[in-house]
Design a protein around this ligand. Structure first.
Ligand code: NDP
Ligand code: GDR
Length: 377
């Protein structure tokens, strides 16, 4: 009895719209899950500038969720567009197969996720479904369409996989120790991506990205929460910023640099996994100080633990307090990445440093708060 070495796609490739693999690969067509998020919007900008046709999966929402893409989108009634949207969800396999068969992309970027670590403790099952099994559904949609040897696949893996410190700095060979339902779900996605690469000879890669921020960062992540509050406090619209763990250390870069790295990862001859990081780490407390300093306010810390406060030295008032509601059941205390492999093989290097990142975010939020620019998210 003979055994098949791999299970072939359900739809044979020769039935695709493009007769030969060469014809198929000649095109530049990207499919992005999570296109409405921070990274999705920067990646779309980058790919459009490189001449790609970009297709994005968006979720049906009762409120407007495409603000970050507004400047890139042309209504079909107004003229041709490089950007196309499809309703879908990582929890819906049929929909993913349908979109895959319809779009026939050359590159797939899986950025869609319930991406908030703290929220994942409250919505653990949902997070596992979308951030873990969602990746499997997408990979299987590729195989179902018989496209497993014609598509390059990028998985948005994360420095949260390192969790409890095993080694510093963290690199592609550092052992994982996830500390949240989010990280545990992403661990599954990391390994199923490796497994499909090894089992079915797919071009599938993990980008293990350390924290990256921007003015388009979601408002409940710590950096954006801080820069928005600093702007509002400066304008007299808010009196105090409440935060959780001020001691946590993160390796923060700019999202625009990191999406360029994602694209570079898929342009290599051989598929492999990469860490993207700055190689610097800073405390949450330091991000707070730097943000206030951009608008000329000096912060002094007083007290300890939950009683610690940030004191505005000139105005002589408390502007930062600790609220234990923002603590996590298990915390990732220290992240510091080693991007040597990406620097060597991809020629990737972050361009925006920590001070410039903080400055850009604070200035943007100041303008947005003063209603001088339309806030995109
Ligand atoms: P965001 O939270 O800004 O964006 C997440 C995107 O996923 C949104 O477009 C969201 O849609 C979409 N999404 C959520 N649930 C589903 C679902 N069920 N089906 C389909 N799409 C869904 O994240 P970022 O842009 O910051 O991050 C992009 C990816 O990279 C994520 O997977 C994240 O986990 C990962 N990552 C992020 C890092 C960072 O520092 N930013 C670092 C390492 C990894 P909607 O707009 O409708 O909510
Ligand atoms: P993180 O980002 O958990 O690293 O995940 P987040 O900005 O939420 O937290 C960073 C650190 O700041 C501490 N913190 C607070 N965090 C939030 N959100 N709100 C607060 O008030 C607050 N106070 C202190 C946190 O405890 C934590 O230590 C992000 C997400 O983008 C993930 O999707 C991604 O995988 C990782 O980065 C890499």
């Amino acid at each position: 009895m003979s055994h098949e070495l791999s299970v072939p796609g359900v739809i044979p490739f020769h039935l695709s719209k493009y007769g030969t693999p060469e014809e198929y690969r000649k095109r530049k067509v990207a499919l992005i899950t999570g296109i409405t998020g921070q990274d999705g919007s920067y990646l779309t900008e980058l790919l459009i500038s490189k001449g790609y046709e970009v297709h994005g999966i968006i979720r049906r929402s009762s409120s407007f969720n495409t603000g970050r893409l507004h400047h890139l989108y042309t209504d079909i009634h107004e003229g041709p567009s490089q950007l196309h949207m499809h309703y879908g969800d990582l929890s819906d396999s049929t929909n993913l197969v349908y979109i895959m068969a319809h779009v026939q992309p050359t590159e797939v970027y899986n950025l869609g996720a319930q991406s908030h670590v703290k929220v994942s403790f409250e919505m653990a099952e949902y997070t596992a479904d979308v951030d873990g099994i969602g990746t499997l559904r997408l990979l299987d949609a590729i195989r179902t369409c018989g496209l497993e040897h014609h598509i390059r696949f990028y998985q948005a893996s994360t420095s949260e996989l390192y969790g409890k410190v095993q080694e510093i700095p963290q690199s592609e060979t550092t052992p994982f120790y996830p500390r949240s339902p989010y990280a545990a779900a992403k661990l599954y996605s990391y390994w199923i991506t490796v497994n499909y690469r090894e089992s079915y000879n797919m071009y599938a890669c993990n980008g293990i990205l350390f924290n990256h921020e921007s003015p388009r960062r979601g408002r409940t992540f710590v950096t954006r929460k801080i820069t928005r509050a600093v702007a509002d406090i400066h304008l007299g619209k808010q009196s105090c910023l409440y935060l959780g763990n001020l001691d946590a250390k993160r390796d923060w870069g700019h999202a625009r640099d990191y999406v360029e790295g994602m694209w570079m990862i898929l342009q290599q001859e051989e598929p492999t996994d990469f860490v993207l990081a700055t190689g610097e780490t800073h405390m949450v407390r330091e991000f707070v100080e730097k943000s206030f300093a951009v608008l000329g306010t000096t912060i002094q810390w007083q007290g300890e633990g939950v009683d610690e406060v940030g004191w505005d030295v000139e105005k002589r008032k408390i502007v930062v307090r600790v609220d234990p509601r923002y603590f996590r059941p298990a915390e990732v205390e220290l992240l510091l990445g080693n991007p040597a492999k990406a620097e060597k093989l991809l020629g990737w290097r972050r361009k925006v440093d920590f001070d410039s990142l903080v400055e850009e975010m604070v200035q943007y939020d100041l303008k947005a708060s003063a209603d001088l620019v339309e806030d995109q998210n």
